[in-house]
Design a protein around this ligand. Sequence first.
Ligand SMILES: Cc1cc2nc3c(=O)[nH]c(=O)nc-3n(C[C@H](O)[C@H](O)[C@H](O)COP(=O)(O)OP(=O)(O)OC[C@H]3O[C@@H](n4cnc5c(N)ncnc54)[C@H](O)[C@@H]3O)c2cc1C
Length: 297
Amino acid sequence: MLELVTAAREVSDSVTLGLITGGDAAAELNAAPDVESILGVRIPRNRMLDDATRARAVTSLLSQSAATLVLLPATWTWAAAAASAAVTHDMSLVSHCVSLETAPDGGLLVQRPVYGEKILAELHLPKGRQALALVKKGSWPAAELVSNSPRIDFIADISPDDGDVTHVEFIGPENDDEDLKNAPIVFAVGRGLGTAEQIEIVSKAARKCGAALAASRPIVDMGLLPRSRQIGQSGLTVNPQIYVAFGISGAPQHLEGMRGSEVVVAINTDRDAPIFGAAHFGAFVDAAEIARILCDE
Ligand SMILES: Cc1cc2nc3c(=O)[nH]c(=O)nc-3n(C[C@H](O)[C@H](O)[C@H](O)COP(=O)(O)OP(=O)(O)OC[C@H]3O[C@@H](n4cnc5c(N)ncnc54)[C@H](O)[C@@H]3O)c2cc1C
């Protein structure tokens, strides 16, 4: 949320913060980013913040503000609400925005990554049409908090009866991936070591080295490791201190989930494998052999 304020400041002198709050939230905030106004939408205390509720909240905020640009986080949880609000209000919509600039004609120039983040596309949003942009996490620094923030001006209440969807329960994943998300060292295994025996060797090496075990998508598709271990575009994004890729080619969809790692080590028998383009250290050898050595050391 704080990153959105920094992004908004880049193209506007007047920024309004929209807040969705639990029913009895106070109108005073101890600290908030430095904005001109804060609009609040109340939802019932235990209400699940589902797509329809988010869309209603955005619609309420739009009806009370003359904003030319609305920024939301580029997350799965906001995507459906953004699409719904953009259609309802006939707005321009752009997702995964990493740069914003006022265009010479007064419109907006927006950049977003495409083709597995290989290149940036620049889009022009015309002046005079409201726009909604989903901002990619980490693209702007978080705005600082100040203590003398404006009071929240509550403009709408969303009642428990609004909406067609009722939240029944949360169902946790079968396999917890918390250890993987926060692991300082990740050992990821790919199709180059695509048998249960070879994966067991990498798994043993990981335990020995204090690393979390991860996988490329084919290993998951083959049922050799659970989906919660998959790194990449359709899996998890990790940023460990050390990422070791055992028998992974380095497809863009895989790189998308690990390119933020501090040090990448690639072990692959093919010298031309694209993973070496993303690696700091590499070895052109049988990855199973390296895993065996790590187990013995
Ligand atoms: C929409 C979409 C989403 C996707 N999402 C993801 C995703 O989230 N994550 C993901 O990983 N993929 C994803 N993919 C799949 C992706 O495109 C690749 O197919 C996949 O990453 C390849 O996995 P891999 O590197 O394990 O296998 P391969 O590409 O088959 O590579 C195996 C590598 O192992 C090497 N090798 C073989 N034997 C050895 C050995 N003994 N020792 C060392 N190296 C060896 C080979 O040289 C080769 O480079 C997605 C694809 C699509 C279309």
